[in-house]
Design a protein around this ligand. Structure first.
Ligand SMILES: NC(=O)c1ccc[n+]([C@@H]2O[C@H](COP(=O)([O-])OP(=O)(O)OC[C@H]3O[C@@H](n4cnc5c(N)ncnc54)[C@H](OP(=O)(O)O)[C@@H]3O)[C@@H](O)[C@H]2O)c1
Length: 314
């Protein structure tokens, strides 16, 4: 029997997006408890760009990507049969057309959920839930989210608004309307941002600052909130945390993913998605590097030859 092969994104050296190439490699036979998935979409996250550039450590050559959605094509675990539509998270080497993983890291994809969102929801959504769980807030509290228009910020803002918190979100001028549409008071970042935040707070104290931007300005806002007796967290490893700003690391669980899927299903959570073909992964990483990708960036593998032909599974 000829060994099956897959296409997988590999960074052969640390460096710019051009360090990534899509290579073809054989895949090993499945072990007990493992599932093979033909990938339909994959989520891209800033951490992928940090790993590729070398700022996250690790060794090269390295595979990239941690989350995806697709169709089970081979299974050695009773929880996921061939043909099941699944979402995978916390899997290394997910930027590939075939991914092998433990069944524990897979959830069923709801039939009504689009493929693009299915591939990109887990990372940003679980990060947003983790961040909100890291601050103590009560209904009516004001929270500043710096960098609110990105993937994490878009989810976090909506979850916070649904819990009755007042969100002041910062973004560029181009994303002000997006912030308002998800329930935040929108503020443009840059010179004078502290005054604009104070104006939006309209006399209420700021209970918490969440930094998703990693800029010096974000650190200044976080420090000011701390000095005034509030709480300050950051999700960005580069942000200076020595002044009491807490660095939060994402915690993932199937229960949290289900919470996100329920919120999408009942319409309380929306996340705009932009798809880039898998073969353009270098361009996708350029957008990640820009720090201004709109909505959630997702790799599109709709032409993946490993995907079952439509109707072949029924
Ligand atoms: N610690 C963890 O476990 C963890 C988990 C998830 C994410 N993160 C980190 O959290 C950060 C956000 O992730 P993400 O997925 O939401 O990123 P993203 O989708 O790329 O969004 C980044 C956002 O930052 C905004 N931005 C850029 N420059 C800014 C500035 N100077 N001031 C304020 N906002 C600015 C951009 O909005 P405009 O286009 O409007 O400028 C963009 O919407 C990343 O650094 C990521 O690595 C950490």
């Amino acid at each position: 029997m000829t060994m099956q092969r897959h296409r997988i994104a590999v960074a052969r050296r640390f460096g710019p997006p051009e360090a990534i190439a899509i290579e073809e490699h054989p895949v090993a036979s499945l072990r007990q408890g493992e599932i093979r998935v033909a990938v339909r979409t994959g989520g891209l996250n800033p951490v992928d760009a940090r790993r590729r550039s070398g700022s996250f450590g690790g060794t090269v050559p390295m595979t990239l990507g941690t989350e995806f959605a697709g169709i089970v094509v081979e299974s050695r675990d009773a929880r996921h049969a061939v043909g099941h539509e699944v979402i995978g998270w916390g899997v290394s080497g997910a930027d590939a057309d075939l991914v092998t993983t433990d069944a524990d890291r897979l959830a069923h994809k709801p039939a009504g959920l689009g493929w693009a969102l299915a591939g990109g929801l887990s990372g940003v959504g679980q990060s947003a839930i983790t961040a909100l769980a890291s601050v103590r807030l009560v209904k009516g509290d004001v929270i500043v989210v710096h960098g609110a228009a990105g993937g994490v910020g878009t989810v976090l803002t909506q979850l916070a608004v649904a819990r009755g918190f007042r969100v002041i979100g910062t973004a560029s001028a181009a994303n002000q309307e997006h912030l308002r549409s998800i329930g935040a008071s929108a503020v443009v970042y840059g010179a004078g941002v502290a005054d604009r935040i104070a104006e939006a707070a309209a006399g209420s104290p700021i209970a918490a600052s969440v930094d998703l931007a990693g800029s010096r300005e974000a650190g200044d806002i976080a420090s000011a909130v701390l000095r005034a007796g509030g709480q300050s967290i950051t999700l960005v490893p580069e942000t200076m945390t020595s002044h009491g700003i807490r660095l939060v690391q994402v915690r993932r669980s199937a229960a949290q993913l289900q919470e996100l899927l329920d919120a999408v299903a009942d319409g309380t959570l929306v996340l705009p998605v932009e798809s880039v073909p898998f073969t353009n992964i270098v361009e996708a990483h350029r957008r990640l590097d820009s720090g201004h990708s709109r909505g959630k960036l997702v790799l599109d593998l709709s032409d993946n030859p490993h995907l079952p032909a439509e109707g072949s599974l029924t």
